[in-house]
Unconditional design. Structure first.
Lengths: 490, 469
């Protein structure tokens, strides 16, 4: 499997969109391109699990890009990368389907969306930190334009805030990268495999680990740098929110794990208490802040802050199970929040309001959408059988393995936040889906179209697959987290 | 004179021949066709560029006053290419202008001066060519003859240039006084540490350079001169003039004053810090797009100085690479702005609201150039800035890189502000669909291809790196 296809194919799709005439052609080209990408991801998954177990990434490809700086276009995948690629593929196809009614400047919209996905794929297959950073930053401008042009509410403000904060995150990451590049023993290199063998002095690690971790953490809504999330996700168009919350936030988690923690293990050990403290605050603060929200999209956005706190908690705890749980939470939350935003988008396009108080009894008019809404809500609060439970359970079990008092308290507090999650989910669901109708205009609403149904079912399949039979995902991720823990122990 | 000399100085010779041909055309014809003048200039510049890549001699002339090798030829090629793009972009403005021939003659005179300056190996040659490149520029700044602000710009430019040249000359004379020689190589061998007068001479020379590249605190002339000059001259000042001086600066710092490296390192670091910050802070407040680009170019110089502070082979290559990328990005932006200003007379950032509604191609061209200036992938500006900052980090100044990263965020704000105006804001009175003539279109296509290609292909950087001596 040639991994460069994962970048070439979206670019080709973008070119196809550029030269297409008419909205129908554009949409079908986008759908075709992203579906082929999805099939390729599944094929990659099956090819990978048939390979013998090894510690080195599979399907590697290396080409010199800038010889003077020893920058290589080096790509390869392992279990965690494949999990994230699958996530990206599912969310992008669902995003394209959900945006089927997007008629205004559709060419630019789908072009930017597919370009974003190219950036995400490139990020997950990179084995060279420069290439990783390149793909991380490629996404900034499409996000800005997507939110600013097709968003709603205070879109210009949200777009600018998002772009600036993510750029600040990239800036911090850059300082960390420069430190890793110059301070590693041996020849200067950006290659992650070579860097994991070389050694950085403890002082350098203590200096540069915060830069790298906080930089990537800004992408994953590390408290107190999470403020771009609520406005950014809520002002974005539906597909934009799905991508932002589903994939973009996971770029940060992946970076925190692979670049910050893996390459600077002593730094990770030293700063672990701070990371856990901040993650716990994010989880609890996010949950309580969500309870106050009246707008459905803001509810989901703040709950994303809370759920991504679990990812950082798992990474901070530094045990094999907690890291596995963190990655599972990345995949699970990605699918779940994408589906939630999709459903909210469907509701919004029909009722033209996102305020919970103005909606009620939608089960009577939109049975399919309401059912998905309820299922997603239950996934968010961790109902067994759905992916949220499996991921969060793994994180808690992994966190509990640390006998330190601080860590145990953090674990208990994070567990407790599930109750708060239940409160806001059940309240929002109960009011909008069940209960009496608040607006007689809503009686005339239609249920989901075929594209929306396909998108929902697609994401639902992912959520159920993880929730009912999580072993395929854990078998994918566990060897990698094993490797990470062994590397940290050295 | 041997044919050897012709080959060694082929850039300068072709430019000088162009000047003389233009003068003869101007003097000899009753009714001058501006199109002929433009075509002659563009054709000969293109010839010079092509020959510059094919014929690559190395050697010195005039008793080691003039020296050329592959690296110098590359620098001259870059300047000639930039001038060609500016000439193409200025073609619509000059088509009906009665003094078109004079414009080209003056422009090529400055280019000639810059080529000599890059090749100079002797302070006398260097100063002569510096003056040759500066004085016609002041005349060029005045070319919007009917506008008072143009005359103001020209006067500001010539007076400040004269003052800074005077300072530089004082530095050179002190250097001569303490070392007894003006040749670059002999000065490099003769200077000693702990000689205060030599260090002071260096500071004076540095001040002269700082003026030409608009480093802080020598930047005060920049905004007014950029705003008052005609668009073509502004673009020339912002890329070619700066680029040439930076090229000479590399030679001066790394070869001549290499002994003072530990001293000029701190000097450059502090100057770059102030330049970045002040350039960014002032750019935030601008409403006129020419003044805005002036301050944004000041902050870009701050980044270049960070790269320069590294002091190694890769630093020099990164600076040259960034200048190439900067030429493409800045000229791409200026091309669109010149078109808008030429056809509608509008220069305010707010006039660009809703630009996307009728001018999709131009919006994307301006957008891509702005993304490159901001340093966002996949365009080349990202690679340029990345390599500059990495070069700066080589000596361990990570605090400087952190501040530079923060400045990139600030600069992103004002670039995105324009992008927002173009793409996102709606307007009751958006600018109508602007027709693009053939020559500006070619220039803009060259810029866009340059901006997109020079980053993604590693070959350009490697080519530059291999040539650096």
């Amino acid at each position: 499997m040639n991994l460069s296809l994962f970048i070439i194919l979206p670019i080709l799709t973008c070119l196809g969109i550029l030269f297409a005439k008419g909205t129908q052609q554009i949409k079908w080209i986008a759908l075709f391109g992203s579906s082929v990408q999805l099939i390729m991801s599944v094929v990659l998954f099956f090819q990978y699990i048939q390979l013998p177990a090894s510690n080195t990434p599979a399907f590697q490809f290396d080409a010199v890009w800038y010889q003077a700086w020893n920058i290589h276009y080096h790509i390869g995948v392992d279990g965690v990368s494949i999990a994230m690629i699958l996530l990206t593929a599912f969310v992008v196809v669902a995003g394209v389907l959900v945006s089927w009614a997007q008629d205004w400047q559709s060419k630019e919209f789908f072009f930017l969306l597919i370009l974003l996905s190219a950036g995400a794929y490139g990020f997950f297959i990179s084995l060279d930190i420069f290439t990783l950073f390149f793909f991380l930053e490629v996404a900034v401008l499409p996000k800005f334009l997507l939110i600013g042009m097709w968003g709603s509410g205070k879109k210009e403000y949200s777009a600018m805030k998002l772009a600036l904060m993510l750029m600040a995150g990239s800036g911090f990451v850059f300082v960390g990268l420069a430190g890793i590049y110059f301070q590693s023993s041996g020849a200067h290199t950006f290659d992650m495999l070579q860097l994991s063998q070389s050694h950085l002095s403890k002082e350098s690690q203590l200096l540069f680990f915060p830069f790298a971790f906080v930089g990537f953490g800004i992408f994953t809504a590390l408290f107190p740098f999470h403020t771009w999330v609520p406005d950014g996700h809520s002002s974005a168009p539906t597909a934009g929110s799905m991508f932002l919350a589903g994939i973009s936030m996971k770029l940060g988690g992946y970076g925190c794990l692979r670049v910050a923690t893996y390459l600077m293990p002593e730094g990770a050990h030293y700063y672990a208490p701070y990371i856990i403290a901040l993650a716990t605050i994010a989880i609890i603060y996010g949950a309580f802040a969500t309870m106050m929200q009246k707008d459905l999209k803001y509810i989901n956005a703040y709950s994303s802050v809370s759920h991504c706190g679990f990812v950082l908690l798992g990474i901070g705890m530094l045990t094999k199970t907690s890291i596995t749980g963190a990655v599972m939470q990345m995949v699970s939350h990605g699918l779940m929040t994408a589906l939630f935003f999709a459903v909210i988008g469907m509701v919004y396009s029909r009722t033209h309001t996102r305020l919970v108080a103005q909606m009620g009894g939608l089960l009577k008019v939109m049975p399919f959408i309401s059912t998905i809404f309820v299922i997603v809500g239950l996934c968010s609060l961790g109902l067994p059988g759905l992916s949220g439970f499996v991921a969060e359970m793994t994180v808690f079990v992994g966190s509990w393995q640390n006998a330190d008092k601080l860590y145990r308290i953090a674990t208990i507090l994070s567990c407790a936040s599930i109750v708060v999650t239940a409160v806001y989910i059940l309240r929002a669901t109960g009011k909008t889906i069940f209960g009496p109708m608040t607006d007689s205009h809503h009686l005339a609403l239609t249920d989901a179209t075929w594209t929306e149904k396909t998108a929902s079912v697609l994401l639902m399949v992912g959520i159920l697959a993880i929730g009912m039979a999580p072993f395929w995902l854990t078998n994918l991720i566990a060897p990698v987290s094993n490797d990470i823990i062994q590397h940290l122990a050295r | 004179m041997q044919t050897n000399y012709f080959i060694l100085m082929h850039h300068e010779l072709i430019i000088a021949i162009t000047i003389m041909v233009l003068m003869m055309i101007k003097v000899g014809s009753d009714k001058l066709s501006n199109q002929l003048v433009a075509n002659v200039t563009n054709g000969l510049l293109l010839l010079s560029l092509v020959l510059g890549f094919i014929v690559q001699p190395e050697g010195n002339v005039f008793g080691d006053m003039f020296y050329t090798n592959g690296f110098m030829l590359l620098q001259k090629n870059i300047l000639v290419a930039g001038t060609l793009i500016i000439s193409l972009q200025a073609s619509t403005w000059l088509k009906d202008y009665e003094h078109a021939a004079e414009f080209y003659i003056l422009l090529l005179s400055t280019l000639l001066g810059m080529c000599f300056m890059i090749s100079s190996r002797h302070f006398m040659m260097f100063y002569l060519s510096l003056e040759l490149s500066t004085i016609p520029l002041a005349a060029l700044a005045n070319f919007d003859l009917h506008l008072k602000r143009s005359s103001e710009a020209a006067l500001k430019l010539i007076i400040s240039s004269a003052f800074s040249s005077g300072l530089m000359l004082l530095g050179i004379s002190f250097l001569y006084g303490t070392t007894g020689t003006l040749s670059f190589s002999e000065v490099a061998n003769t200077i000693q540490l702990n000689t205060p007068l030599q260090l002071f001479a260096f500071v004076l020379i540095f001040s002269g350079f700082g003026f030409k590249i608009s480093a802080v605190p020598f930047h005060l002339w920049t905004a007014d001169v950029y705003e008052g000059s005609p668009m073509a001259v502004t673009s020339y000042l912002s890329v070619i003039s700066k680029g040439a001086v930076l090229f000479v600066f590399i030679t001066l710092l790394f070869n001549v004053f290499a002994l003072f490296a530990h001293s000029w390192y701190y000097l450059i670091v502090i100057v770059s810090l102030f330049t970045m910050v002040i350039g960014n802070l002032f750019a935030l407040r601008q409403t006129n797009i020419k003044r805005f680009l002036a301050f944004s170019s000041i902050s870009q110089v701050g980044f270049i100085l960070i790269g320069l502070s590294g002091g190694t082979h890769t630093s020099a290559a990164s600076v040259v690479y960034f200048i190439v990328v900067y030429i493409f990005s800045n000229l791409g932006a200026f091309g669109v702005i010149a078109l808008v200003q030429g056809l509608t007379g509008k220069e305010n950032i707010d006039d660009y609201k809703g630009f996307y509604q009728h001018n999709k191609t131009l919006s994307w061209m301006l957008g891509i150039s702005l993304f490159s200036l901001a340093g966002i992938p996949p365009v080349a500006g990202f690679f340029g800035k990345f390599f500059l900052l990495l070069s700066g980090a080589e000596k361990g100044a990570y605090w400087l890189i952190a501040i530079a990263a923060i400045n990139m965020v600030i600069s992103l704000y004002y670039y995105l502000n324009i992008v927002k105006n173009i793409f996102i804001d709606k307007s009751e009175t958006p600018l109508f669909k602007l027709p693009i003539a053939v020559q500006p279109r070619i220039a803009m296509i060259i810029c866009v291809i340059g901006v997109l290609g020079s980053g993604l292909c590693g070959g350009l950087y490697q080519y530059i790196f291999d040539l650096v001596k």
